[in-house]
Ligand binder design. Structure first.
Ligand code: FMN
Length: 257
């Protein structure tokens, strides 16, 4: 099993996204998979200009940037992989502009003049299945604790899966990144003991990807669980008076105005 993870964090190897990917990769490697993490922040990824050259008869599927940045080389790595991980922090309710810019470059390997109906019954055009239709996992992290925060990204990948005929093999959502110290603060493990279970679930998810090619629902639930050690926090956090108390306490902790 060859797993290729695309890290869409602008913080690259220093960020929370990378920390979580490392947990996943460590599990996958321990179960015999090959696992490569590509930090898009360290690569040259030009934005699609919408110039349309790739859709002309003279230059079919030849992107104007093909020899000028790293996108084609990453596409080649993707084609060799059995499973992809699209990993991104939430940036203003969506995926990072870095990952989005990379995915937009799929346009240059899709022949829009060749129409078809996808397996899920949607009108679409040809896609380069070796790159775009790979089984994948979405990994999303954010700081906020609200369930609605990652919705945009999660919904995006569900739509992506249907149009690209790419089977989605799991969705990992880590909220409360600031509380977790973005994985870099060991004292967070003392304040939020459930983090140990979360990180163990990431390693387990990696092992399952290596052996089964998907993340089991129970493992995904453990990885995505709330970390705040308050009973029924997942329900309480939706109540306005509880939120006000939490905000007050958090404000005291960070010494805000
Ligand atoms: C420009 C920008 C926008 C962000 N927008 C949100 C947001 O809408 N909701 C949220 O919960 N966190 C938001 N964050 C926080 C990041 O999602 C969070 O810190 C994440 O862990 C960063 O991952 P990284 O360390 O791998 O870059 C934002 C961060 C930045 C820099």
């Amino acid at each position: 099993m060859k797993i290729l993870a695309l890290n869409g964090s602008h913080r690259g190897d220093q960020g929370h996204t990378r920390f979580l990917l490392d947990r996943l990769a460590s599990g996958a490697i321990s179960a015999g998979a090959e696992c490569e993490i590509v930090s898009l922040a360290r690569r040259k990824i030009n934005r699609c200009l919408g110039c349309g050259q790739c859709q002309t008869v003279e230059h079919t599927l030849h992107c104007a940037y093909r020899e000028k940045d790293d996108t084609a080389a990453i596409f080649a790595r993707m084609a060799q992989a059995d499973l992809l991980i699209y990993a991104t922090p939430v940036y203003v309710f969506g995926m990072s502009s870095l990952l989005k810019a990379f995915i937009e470059r799929f346009y240059g390997i899709c022949d829009c003049a060749e129409l078809r109906v996808t397996q899920s019954g949607l009108f679409f055009h040809h896609v380069d299945a070796a790159v775009c239709s790979k089984p994948f996992v979405a990994l999303v992290c954010c700081d906020n604790l609200e369930n609605v925060t990652p919705h945009g990204v999660v919904a995006y990948f569900e739509t992506f899966s249907r149009f690209m005929d790419a089977p989605q093999m799991g969705t990992l959502i880590r909220n409360g990144g600031l509380l977790c110290g973005h994985g870099r603060d060991p004292s967070a493990l003392e304040r939020f003991p459930r983090l140990r279970e979360v990180y163990a679930a990431y390693e387990q998810a990696g092992r399952e990807l290596a052996t089964l090619g998907r993340i089991r629902p129970a493992t995904q639930r453990r990885a995505n669980q709330e970390i705040v050690p308050v009973p029924f926090f997942g329900i309480l956090k939706n109540l306005r008076p509880f939120k006000r108390v939490m905000v007050g306490r958090a404000q005291q902790m960070i010494g805000g105005h």
